[in-house]
Design a protein around this ligand. Sequence first.
Ligand SMILES: *Cc1c(COP(=O)(O)O)cnc(C)c1O
Length: 438
Amino acid sequence: MSDLDPDALLGFDRDHVWHPYSSALVPSEPYLVESADGVRLRVRDRGGDVREVLDAMSSWWCAVHGYRVPELDAAVTDQLGRMAHVMFGGLTHEPAVALSRRLLDLAPAGMERVFLADSGSVSVEVAMKAALQYHLAAGRRRTRFLTIRGGYHGDTFSPMSVTDPVGGMHSLFRGVLPEHVFAPRPPAGVDRPADDPELRAWAEETTALFAAHADDVAAVVVEPVLQGAGGMYAYSPHVLDVLHDLARRHGALVVHDEIATGFHRTGPRWAGDRAETPPDILCVGKALTGGYLTLAAMLCSREVAEGVSRGEAGALMHGPTFMGNPLACAVAVANLDLLASRDTAGEVARVERALVDGLAPATSLGSVADVRTLGAVGVVQLHEPVHTAEVTAAALERGVWVRPFRDVVYTMPPYVTSDTDLATLTAGLVGAVAAVHG
Ligand SMILES: *Cc1c(COP(=O)(O)O)cnc(C)c1O
């Protein structure tokens, strides 16, 4: 068996390799991708032919500039010539300092300290740990977090504990997962005004819930405005204003998880910029390295950083082996420079217009319940769960790589996707939904 033989690769993969949320009994039958360039992946189809297809997913929100980006390739290569990695305990280096400086320049008001983590989930772990330590240091034993239903914050245990209880399969992990406080999911719609009756009813219920747990809640943890893996669900920024206000009133911190929404994906640089006040803690990840390497960060205010450090432990108790990995930091710096060198907000607005136009025909399909767009994110929601394998195959035939989940077929393409490619991409998605679901 040659490792280069595609059928042998796929056979070994099927028998021995776990994929995300996959079963060993019903294999997920992944497609073999050979390479990627610009906004296209070279994917081997079921017939064995290699096709160039448009990437509708940006590799799960990450590849905002597409693939084999000369500036990012160069950043990795240059850094390789110095060092790939070195421990961060007792040592520091230019890529980590340069990245932290840029992140603080871009961050919402008040952020003052950066913790570099190796994945989004770890950054949420660190944010939750910092919130606990902050209160402990002040003599308050607050051990619970408040969030809204429908969220997603990662797959390790603490982030999973604030992820939607149903979507996150909390029943499966009962007894192991800490039980936090879940407010109802806010009413859908970004444009809902503050005095909207449904929003006010939501606020009343949440106010009562918060009051009932006021002495226990260390922090509010939310994905601002757009819940991603929880269903691509958008809500009004006034919801954030309510949560921020309750948190201040009850002495809890506010954590914004912008791992998916950061760096202009929904329009503004941070989705939370639409709220009246900034968070105390911010988590970023995904697009941070332009999709090159795994890296995330937790940023916090001076008050949080100093509060944590005044405690009995005298330190924030976390330190991953690959913390501040120089290769990842170097490519993240190049990514942020590239985003800054372009009219990224304008680019996202252009992508948004193309998604609105291109996905509009889906509204007339019988299988479609809702079509919505927020920034460079387009969602086609069906009345029933998506036949994922069939829709993926039908989209591939139309030249598009997409990975639907639950009842949504969605796209968050690289920002650099041209209008012509966006027209092909949206037509491919709508055509695939029509062909499979009608
Ligand atoms: C993806 C995601 C995470 C987890 O990030 P990983 O890098 O997969 O650990 C956390 N929060 C949100 C909002 C995400 O979209």
